[in-house]
Ligand binder design. Structure first.
Ligand code: COA
Length: 164
């Protein structure tokens, strides 16, 4: 369990969130940060679902996104403002996205994560993701490898009435 769960609202992101997103993205991802235009394109991209974590005062302190391609889902990003990490926000956002993946019938959820990103790997493994393989030099320009991870989502068993 995270030390101090904080009261946040996990809600869909909208274009009005772009300034806050852009700021957090550059703080958290440095040279690998998506540009503001890339973030804007992502929010409205096909099959994309983006959520943010909002404090009671209205500040955005986290964001996460998923792409469903009609069969599998891919975690596009997950990020929590440095001042609010370790409070259960990343887990809340990811759980919301995994619920969405189940609801749309995704067969599995995939993601890539830097091999040196221990907090993120811990979070993913605690949610049931397992390592599939290692992608050499996936993160550029830093030239850092990625783990590809997968969470299979078994389909709910059909009832006798639903069976053909
Ligand atoms: C990965 C990240 C999103 C986790 O967000 P978070 O809001 O801190 O996550 P949570 O508070 O829900 O904690 C999730 C788990 O990560 C662990 N964790 C969080 N911060 C940690 C840290 N600094 N060191 C070690 N573990 C940490 C916690 O132990 C927690 O596990 P627990 O619930 O069993 O205690 C956050 O660290 C982050 O934004 N990192 C920078 C961006 C990034 O790397 N994103 C992932 C890209 S693949």
């Amino acid at each position: 369990m995270s030390a101090a769960a904080v009261d946040v609202l996990v809600r869909p992101l909208v274009a009005a969130d772009l300034a806050a997103l852009d700021r957090m993205e550059r703080t958290l991802f440095g040279v690998s940060a998506w540009s503001r235009q890339m973030l804007a394109d992502e929010l409205v991209g096909p099959g994309r679902t983006y959520v943010g974590a909002e404090l009671p005062g209205g500040s955005l302190v986290g964001y996460a996104g998923l792409w469903f391609d009609g069969r599998d889902a891919q975690v596009m990003t997950v990020a929590t403002d440095p001042g609010h990490q370790g409070q259960g926000i990343g887990r809340r956002m990811l759980t919301t996205l995994l619920d969405h993946a189940r609801a749309v019938g995704a067969e599995s959820v995939l993601l890539e994560v830097r091999v040196d990103n221990a907090p993120a790997i811990h979070l993913y493994e605690s949610l049931g993701f397992r390592r599939l393989g290692r992608r050499r030099g996936y993160y550029q320009p830093e030239n850092v490898d990625a783990w590809t991870m997968q969470l299979p989502l078994p389909r709910p068993a059909r009832t006798a009435q639903e069976a053909p």
